[in-house]
Design a protein around this ligand. Sequence first.
Ligand code: GLN
Length: 448
Amino acid sequence: LEADQLAQDTVANIKQTDDQLNAWITVQEDAKPDQDLDFAHHKLAGIPIAIKDNIITKDVKTTAASHILDNYLPVYDATVIEKLKEAHVTFVGKTNLDEFAMGSSTEHSYFGITHNPWNLDKVPGGSSGGSAVAVASGQVVAALGSDTGGSIRQPAAFNGIFGIKPTYGRVSRWGLIAFASSLDEIGVMSKRAKTSAQVLNVIAGQDEHDSTLSTRAVPDFTRFIGQAVKGMRVAVVKEYLDAVDGDMHDVIEQQIAVLKEAGAIIDEVSLPLTKYVVPDYYIIASSEASSNLQRFDGIRYGYRSKDAKDLLDVYVKSRSEGFGEEVQRRIMLGSFALSAGSYDRFFRQAAKVRTLICQDFDRIFADHDVIVGPTTTTPAFDIGSEIADPIKMYNNDILTISANLAGIPAASVPAGLVDGMPVGLQIMAKRFDEGSIFKVADFIERSN
Ligand code: GLN
């Protein structure tokens, strides 16, 4: 069977290329397509897909790239995995990420650093760096990632591929190892927007296990591929363009000119709260993370310290030895922001700022279809160059974070090269309007 051959060739190719890239944590050597592939009803039947290793897969090790979960064998599938199984895709394994999806470079993994296929000395971005590299290097045609503050879009931009974070509530989070539950969203990465539209068709929609999931009907996202952008109202955010300079600025301006030439109506708008989004996000995300990560206590699952003397010792030692430095930093930051003495000054304030940010987007989307701008402030940086400076690393996320705070869909589509490395055009739309994003992304792909 051809699909059998495809699965075998995919695994063989991963094994050959991944020594250099380290995009995978687990490769399923015995990967096989579904028994009775139904090509007539399932467009993705037999297609090998990569899964970020913070998405739970039954009987396949799921680590979140953490020492604390490095022997965790889930007994159930995430809803997105169940849905992909129903669509008869072929699973070939689990991809590398920053531990618990905390990071922007895939340098914070217990399983080592992932390398950017465009230049092995550069980071692939993060936290879905493994998924991005698996797609960009041609190991698979599509991958699932997760995006809490940019973890799909930023690595997509750094690797010259398409990546979409759907609307909060569009895709079930059941079985996604929680980082920050009000921001987390599962999404898709692929070379072309059309492929992601096909995968999103499969994974989106109803699931009784996730109470934050929307009951709205899911459109056929491929319907938006091949459409004209004439008459679309496109907002360009001044603060986003001001965040980039030089060649990066030119590349983005060029894409905006392409849209204008095709008849889109371009408008400059302002999001003055942009300067607060990084601290706002890091307070909210870390607070939620400190709560979500309480479950890793050395008792129920995962790593347990060998030399604990009493119960408290089991907790403290297992967590101190099991969590990496960045995860511990977030837990401390979050516990502090939520503590009795600081809750009002930090968490409550951050929640209020978040509401104002949402209102700003509503205002813009009242008379615009999409916002376009740069996905990142720079192309991929050198491995090792930012890891010692967490604040610098956090500030990288300024352009992607707002979409998560507001729960709106956002994607990155390849926009060109800067210093030989790919950069992305970010496209945002109003809640549940992924369609407009696919329309613009596909148009940009066709024009470049
Ligand atoms: N870089 C951001 C962080 O470290 C976003 C991560 C993500 O989207 N998972 O929190």
